[in-house]
Every structure is written in C-alpha cells, then in structure tokens.
Ligand binder design. Sequence first.
Ligand code: AMP
Length: 254
Amino acid sequence: MVPTMGALHHGHTSLFEIAHQQADVVVATIFVNPLQFNNSTDFEKYPLQMERDIQLLEEHGVHYLYNPTVETMYGSGFSTSVHIGGITDLLEGASRPGHFSGVATVVTKLFSAGQPDIAVFGQKDFQQFAVIKRMVADLDMPIQLIMAPTIRERDGLAMSSRNVRLSTSARLEAKAISQGLSAAQSLFSSGIRESQQLVEAVESVIAPTSAAIDYVKVIDSASLQDLSSVSQGSVMVVAVILDGIRLIDNHILV
Ligand code: AMP
C-alpha cells in the first residue's frame, strides 16, 4: 500500500516502483485527509487532479486505487483519534498541533481497510515515517514499513504537491533549502561535528531569500531529539514558510 493525498508527482510514482519490487499487488490510496490539516486554507487550496492521477496510476501499473470520500472515512458520530506520544510534540508536531494525530488516525483506517503486508512512505516526511513506525510497533500492526528516498526537482527542491502553489520567484528561491542541506553535508564531510555550525550553514543559505525559517535542526534519527554533536546517520531537518506555503526537507548525513 502506498498512501497519498493525490496531486501525484515523481516522488509518489517512485514509491509505486518500490512497492512493485516488494509486492505482487500494489494499492494506492488518494485521500486529502481533513484531520491532518491544521490550517483550513491549506486544506481548501490543496491541489486536486484526479484524472491525471488515475492516468499516472495506470502508467505505473498500480492495481487498485482506494479513493474514499470524507463521509466514508469520517461518517456521522466519528469520534476516534489515534495519538502517538512524545515524538509528535516536536518539529512538525510543534508547529502543526493535531497534525500527527490526523495522520495516525487516517493511516490506521487505511491499513484497516486495505490490510497491507507492506506500506511504503517517503523520507521527505521523515518525522511522519518515525510516527507511523512507532504506531505500527506499539499497536502490533503486522505491516512492514519501507522508507523511500526523496525525489527532487532538477534544482534540488524536494518534490511536493504544494510546489505548484509557489509563485515563479518563490519557486526560484525554494532551491535554497536543498542547497543549504548540501552545504551542511559538505561541512560534515570536511569533519565538522558541531551541530550549531551545520545549522548556521543551512540558515545562511536560506537567509537571503524571502523564506521565513520555522526550524533548522540536526536530530537523532530514532528519538528525533536535537543533537549538539552529530554523527553519520544524524538527520538535518528544515521547515520554512515561503510565499505562504510550508515547505519541509531533510537530509541524512553520510
Ligand atoms: P503526500 O501525498 O504528500 O501525503 O505524500 C504521500 C507519500 O509520498 C508520503 O509517504 C510522502 O512522504 C511521499 N512523498 C512525497 N513527496 C515525496 C518526494 N519528493 N520523494 C519521495 N516521497 C515523497
């Protein structure tokens, strides 16, 4: 199973390819989940392109599409929420209250409906993967999770359904995020281990743009806690608001 919110791009289709390598039958889900949007404008403006999405699913040999309505998912009287403690209070969870409960609730329902053996999610949403991994372990869900690498535009911007909403000038500026992450990787490769120096490297590349930084951090890949001293496998995470649009990215230091 590959859960998505539609407006499919190469990031999503790469997940279908990985799913095909692991499974005989690949199910995609498309559901723009109102529970995980803490900003109603973001929900209302979320891009929809169902005809094109179905074409992409066919081109990538996806066997089944589950595309439920909001009414099907959250009918009258719906009262259940899946809350994962700890790691949901940080980073995206701190800036988007309720977001991860919305994600966990919908993913639980999608898993329940589809009963997948394997589910594929993108590294692009690193914290989301950590939350789902925690949930699957804690609730004894018999599902193998696969984290797929982030697919990027030519200039390095991580592909996202939200990118189409960026103005031309903001779209040009957006490449600073991945450039900042590359600058941090270069420092790490040259032997720098102090997290503050890596954070400043990312911030200094983003600073000249009109993006407002929400956070730039180096975190432990399991606990998601801030690190003062970094090592291979530590994760640089970035969130900015550019042109009114929240953009996130991350890089696992190698
Ligand atoms: P979304 O439709 O944005 O909710 O994303 C659905 C799935 O696709 C999630 O597992 C995301 O992490 C993954 N995804 C989104 N963008 C990318 C990308 N650029 N590269 C790889 N996976 C991605």
